[in-house]
Design a protein around this ligand. Structure first.
Ligand SMILES: Cc1ncc(COP(=O)(O)O)c(C=O)c1O
Length: 408
């Protein structure tokens, strides 16, 4: 058995994984062309072109670009009619913006635990969380893996509640052969640096509902209305627009996204095949009608009982020493300090004690089980993926057979 790098052996790998985003000549050309020929912001043709292409790519009638995924969520909630004290249902296993943008819209985040097999909102637990104050259900396609949209849309319909998809990580993902985002009232995407489609910062809303999109336009454009005067402001909105440099980067990347997605699919399969053979590691499932994941991140579960009780953190250290960066990812969202909001500032949150909430699946994933690989790893070559597999095999074999070393 090979000696682990953690204990002085030779690491499986010392090379870095591919850079992301990839700055190609085409990207540079597009940005320079935009600077020379287009408006930098308002009135830009490139922004319009990107919105049209992104709507088409995501099987939606409309797209509105925004300054970020966070502002896109806030805009959607306002456009969906969310008022102070309304409730918005989300999973607790997600990035902070899913919850903080609800607080920023003066609404109340209500959590529904996730399904351990998919890391996504568990529809079986959804109905119990609905009250007469529930205005929106906002499932998150975590790591780009589609949530069970059929179940969620059916429950939402029964209770007359709107569905807004947080698809920040799910560019190109498909549910039942249709792209995610506009399956309910609408959905949001993020183009922040690490995302599969990246402009450094940026976001988008997609929908098939014109009235909703007109309202989104207004909230993202200082309360202006389509066809109205420039200095006419009807809603309390802000400037949450994308700029044309960002749109140029996105337009160029839309051309290569499909190729990147194919590579991510291929690499995920290789990893899934190898990792599912390691007793104690469990790969992430997709629901049967989830026809394609965006494979933004690669998530799996670690069972310490299968590794002599060695805690996950030791496993991370051993993997990192081998040159493959695995990490824990999210903490339970409701326990983040910002949920201890001042009830004088937000009186509708009086009496809600987020920090003492406990959602068992999320707790277990966050504290013991979840293992994340960074998104750029899925863009590696076959050799890169083989190195990842080798590191997983080497470390897990040692953990099963060499407990003494780990206890030192
Ligand atoms: C699930 C989720 N929702 C929302 C956001 C917010 O997007 P942004 O960082 O563009 O504001 C992110 C991005 O990091 C995210 O991962």
């Amino acid at each position: 058995m090979k000696k682990l790098a953690l204990f002085g052996g030779t690491p499986v790998r010392t090379k870095p994984f591919p850079n992301w985003p990839t700055v190609t000549d085409e990207l540079k050309k597009q940005v320079i062309n935009t600077m020379e020929t287009d408006s930098l912001g308002v009135g830009s043709n490139i922004i319009k072109q990107f919105e049209e292409k992104y709507a088409e790519f995501h099987d939606a009638k409309y797209c509105l670009s925004t300054s970020s995924g966070t502002t896109a969520i806030w805009v959607c909630l306002k456009a969906a009619g969310v008022k102070a004290g309304d409730e918005v249902i989300i999973p607790p296993y997600t990035f902070i913006a899913t919850g903080s943008s609800i607080l920023m819209a003066n609404a109340i985040p209500v959590f529904v635990d996730v399904d351990p097999e998919t890391f996504n909102m568990d529809p079986a637990k959804l109905e119990a969380a609905i009250t007469d104050k529930t205005k929106v259900i906002m499932p998150v396609h975590i790591a780009g893996n589609p949530v069970d949209m059929d179940a969620i849309l059916q429950i939402a319909k029964k209770h007359n509640i709107k569905v807004i998809e947080d698809a920040a990580q799910a560019h190109g993902a498909e549910w039942d052969g249709k792209k995610v985002g506009a399956l309910g009232l609408g959905g949001i995407f993020s183009f922040q640096t690490s995302k599969n489609l990246s402009a450094g910062e940026g976001g988008a809303i997609v929908s098939n509902d014109k009235d909703f999109m007109d309202a989104c336009y207004s909230y993202a454009n200082c309360g202006r209305v389509r066809g109205g005067e420039w200095y006419e402001h009807q809603y309390l909105g802000g400037n949450f627009r994308l700029n044309s440099m960002a749109a140029s980067l996105l337009l160029a990347q839309l051309e290569t996204l499909e190729k990147d997605m194919d590579l991510r699919d291929k690499n995920r399969k290789l990893l899934d095949n190898a990792i599912s053979q390691i007793d104690g590691l469990t790969i992430t499932e997709m629901y049967p009608k989830a026809t394609r994941s965006a494979n933004h991140l690669y998530l799996l579960r670690y069972d310490k009982d299968k590794f002599n009780g060695i805690p996950r953190e030791k496993f991370f250290k051993a993997m990192q020493a081998e040159g493959v960066y695995t990490y824990a990812g999210y903490t339970p969202l409701y326990r983040e300090r910002l949920f201890a909001v001042d009830s004088e500032e937000y009186p509708w949150l009086e009496g809600i004690n987020y920090k003492d909430m406990n959602f068992p699946v999320t707790e277990k994933l966050c504290t013991e089980e979840a293992v994340w690989l960074k998104q750029n790893h899925l863009l590696g070559t076959k050799d890169d993926i083989n190195d990842i597999i080798m590191a997983f095999k080497k470390v897990t074999t040692a953990m099963k057979n060499d407990l003494e070393l780990f206890l030192k």
